[in-house]
Write a protein of this length. Structure first.
Length: 241
């Protein structure tokens, strides 16, 4: 078994004497004699870690990887959305893991009547839905709004060009209440891009209206042979107090 060894005395990189003379410190990024107690002591944490066999390294167990606190995504409203999809005859869903979609993906995975296609990137879902359409299977894409933005080329050059009735359910991240900085830019770009592409869209923000709006979006997608989008809002998907 391979072990990780520290550098021997001859292999350590000494600082430039000129740099040390002018600054009083070794050059940045070089290991020198400025910290002999840390680098050279066999009792130091650095030395022990560097000489520890790979076989002794502690890797997390499956139990330690469990979510410590529940994600505040509404299971109840996720069931409402999933039931609405099923009532519209949806037999195939494509998706990537996403916080707001976690329950919908699990429901599809546990449903023997549903085909769940896990994607490597969202744009692949356009081709999956096109294939399903040609095979006579109704489908929907589950994605985050950043995934929608990443799928524009496939939507334009495939779904729109070849008139695919693409139904997209998009988690609308990056608006009031958003805590993740990396989600904020997608929120301001989603609707302008939908409008620029001429894609009709509605908001899913009230569980009482979910079934009707999903049915209406699917009906328009099939009558126009054109993509439609439903934006899953924080009001619907989040249960944070």
């Amino acid at each position: 078994m391979r072990s990780v060894h520290s550098l021997g005395a001859k292999e350590r990189i000494a600082p430039s004497s000129t740099a040390a003379k002018h600054t009083g410190h070794p050059p940045r990024g070089l290991i020198g004699d400025a910290y002999p107690a840390v680098l050279h002591s066999r009792d130091s944490p650095c030395h022990r870690a560097a000489n520890r066999p790979v076989s002794s390294l502690a890797f997390p167990s499956p139990d330690s990887c469990k979510i410590l606190s529940p994600v505040p995504v509404s299971q109840t409203n996720s069931r409402v959305v999933y039931a609405a999809l099923k009532s519209c005859g949806i037999g195939l869903l494509s998706a990537l893991p996403e916080t707001w979609l976690v329950h919908l993906i699990r429901m599809a995975e546990d449903d023997p009547e549903m085909i769940l296609v896990r994607l490597a990137k969202e744009e692949e879902g356009v081709g999956v839905s096109a294939g399903a359409h040609f095979a006579g299977v109704k489908s929907a894409m589950l994605m985050q709004n950043h995934g929608f933005l990443a799928s524009v080329n496939g939507i334009v050059s495939f779904a729109k060009l070849y008139r695919i009735p693409l139904l997209m359910l998009v988690s609308y991240r990056g608006h009031f209440g958003e805590r993740d900085p990396w989600q904020t830019q997608g929120g301001s770009s989603t609707e302008p891009v939908l409008r620029a592409l001429g894609i009709p869209y509605l908001f899913l923000d009230d569980p009482q209206k979910v079934a009707r709006r999903i049915a209406e979006a699917q009906t328009l997608a099939y009558s126009s042979l054109h993509p439609t989008a439903l934006l899953l809002t924080r009001e619907l998907m989040w249960e944070e107090s």
